[in-house]
Design a protein. Structure first.
Length: 277
């Protein structure tokens, strides 16, 4: 009987131990960013300094001059759903490993075909897709947890920032989508239901063809005269054309219709545009 009770107690202890969940010392983070006509997903683990030096010849975290997984635990990866450009190299859509070689003044950032490089010994240079040398910038404040983030995201450009300790580096990423959008837009405009509003925004913001943008936004308004947001778009186009009188009139029309629709945001934005004239 005693042996039975002892065995039961041991099984209970093992069961309870198996149920205990503990956080990882380096937490996993996955970031998804819309970019161009696709998305970019970054997955990496975030080590903490814990009174250690992040980079240096004697660093236990990321020694200078050695290939680093750019994180901790598993390999760091970047997944592109659409093609991008890094350092002048066209990067097809797909998943890649993200490595780096820390330096005191310069970091070498590597995109590799290998998805499981977690140590310098596992790295194979022949599998590099692109290498970029970027300068190290010194930050005023200390960053305890290794952090990466997408920043300065524009239609065709953005940056991947890496920050740890007092060090920061930035990887420029670009894409070329304007010609693809124009081809799709031309095809849509030739159809039965031309997207006049979308075309107006495209020719205004992308092509800087203000007369064509004005033509299309006017046609969009003709098809929906209660669409207050279209009048603000028209006002912005007219402002960029130097037509202050027309821009004010369009903004005032937006205000009147937006008040009827009880949309305070467009009332505010239209008033701000009028003040800027």
């Amino acid at each position: 009987m005693k042996q039975f009770l002892l065995a039961a107690a041991m099984l209970t202890t093992v069961s309870l131990t198996a149920q205990v969940r503990m956080p990882q010392p380096s937490t996993l983070q996955t970031i998804s960013q819309d970019f161009g006509l696709g998305k970019v997903e970054l997955s990496y683990s975030r080590p903490n300094l814990k009174n250690r030096k992040a980079f240096g010849k004697q660093s236990l975290l990321a020694p200078v001059g050695e290939v680093w997984r750019t994180g901790a635990n598993n390999a760091t990866t970047l997944n592109f759903t659409d093609q991008v450009i890094i350092n002048g190299v066209n990067i097809p859509a797909g998943k890649y490993g993200l490595l780096s070689i820390p330096g005191e003044k310069t970091f070498t950032i590597i995109l590799t075909k290998d998805l499981n490089v977690t140590s310098p010994a596992a790295y194979k240079k022949e599998n590099d897709v692109v290498r970029v040398d970027v300068p190290v910038m010194k930050m005023k404040d200390n960053m305890e947890t290794f952090t990466m983030q997408f920043a300065n995201v524009q239609y065709e450009s953005m940056e991947l920032h890496m920050m740890w300790d007092k060090n920061a580096v930035s990887l420029p990423i670009t894409t070329q989508i304007k010609d693809r959008i124009k081809a799709d837009m031309d095809k849509a405009m030739a159809g039965d239901k031309p997207p006049f509003s979308a075309a107006a925004n495209f020719y205004h913001e992308w092509m800087k063809d203000y007369p064509k943008a004005l033509e299309y936004i006017t046609k969009a308004i003709d098809g929906n005269k209660k669409a207050f947001w279209l009048y603000l778009t028209k006002a912005r186009i007219q402002k960029d054309m130097g037509d202050k009188v027309g821009a004010k009139a369009s903004a005032e029309a937006c205000i009147e219709l937006a008040k009827e629709a009880k949309n305070d945001d467009y009332v505010r934005m239209s008033n701000e545009l009028i003040k800027s004239l």
